[in-house]
Design a protein around this ligand. Structure first.
Ligand SMILES: O=P(O)(O)O[C@H]1O[C@H](CO)[C@@H](O)[C@H]1O
Ligand SMILES: O=c1cc[nH]c(=O)[nH]1
Length: 263
């Protein structure tokens, strides 16, 4: 792959122009660690958490910004929703030399002990999604990096925010793949959630497994902090999500800085 990446001209097999990737924005000096929210709109919220924050650019669903926290430069790049666009972000960040990638997003909780607004620090995504199979065999586990997991949970605790370490399931869809009906009056398939919970998932979302599997394959240390935006057992929905999302970014950014100091 190194020889392909060294090509200066754009080719079909590696459609970069020199160091410029075909999808994500490119900063001249890429930070060593990146936060990965799904929503491009959340990239701008990093200004409330990072000092000297500025937007690098946006292409499609990939919006990128850079700022500082605890004396360390941190990047943030949205993945869009789901596995395909998340794979693109992870592969292009890895090729640009990024060492730590932390998904910062939301999930629907399955575990009864989690409440709306709590934070799950994900140590493993149970195997469930399609894109990850190109990076990890179906029997292989998709796990976060232990240094990143501990940094995330220690940061959550130090900030006095509720939650715990656990596991998530990454779904290849938002409606039927997460047991939702297609219309408010329709029927979802509730056994999907029961099966995911029986397999050990505390919550369900759409990107973490890809972040972990691609990261492990391409030597990027990964982690994920997921806010409980919805609760699929009580059918609760966190309407005022602003403070929670700011705290997801704060946990992710401070933990990224801490992890970089340890590796
Ligand atoms: O909170 P974010 O990061 O947007 O992620 C969650 O929200 C989206 C679905 O609404 C999916 O991307 C899911 O993983
Ligand atoms: O229920 C939910 C909430 C957030 N993200 C998801 O993918 N599902």
């Amino acid at each position: 792959m190194a020889s392909v990446m060294a090509l200066k001209e754009r080719t079909a097999i590696w459609p970069w122009r020199g160091d410029t990737p075909p999808h994500i924005p490119h900063h001249l000096h890429m930070p060593r660690a990146f936060l990965l929210p799904g929503d491009p709109g959340r990239v701008d919220k990093a200004a409330e958490v990072l000092e000297d924050f500025h937007i690098v650019g946006q292409n499609r669903e990939f919006r990128m910004g850079v700022g500082m926290i605890d004396g360390v430069e941190i990047g943030i790049c949205s993945t869009g929703i789901g596995g395909a666009s998340t794979e693109i972000v992870m592969v292009e960040l890895a090729a640009l030399g990024v060492e730590v990638a932390i998904r910062t997003g939301g999930m629907g909780a399955l575990a009864q002990d989690l409440s709306l607004g709590d934070f799950l620090i994900v140590e493993e995504a149970i195997r469930n999604s399609g894109v990850a199979t190109f990076y990890a065999e179906p029997g292989e586990r998709a796990v976060a990096d232990p240094i990143v997991v501990q940094a995330l949970d220690a940061t959550r605790g130090a900030l006095g925010l509720p939650g715990r370490i656990g596991r998530c399931a990454t779904a290849d869809g938002y409606y039927r793949a997460q047991g939702r009906p297609d219309h408010a009056a329709g029927q979802g398939e509730p056994t999907i959630l029961d099966t995911l919970a029986e397999r050990g998932a505390d919550g369900v979302e759409m990107e973490a497994e890809i972040v972990f599997a691609v990261g492990a394959a391409l030597s990027v240390r990964t982690g994920a902090v997921l806010a409980v935006h919805a609760h699929r057992r009580s059918d609760g929905w966190l309407e005022d999500y602003e403070t929670t999302q700011r705290n997801v970014l704060r946990i992710g950014a401070k933990a990224a800085a801490s992890a970089l100091k340890q590796i």
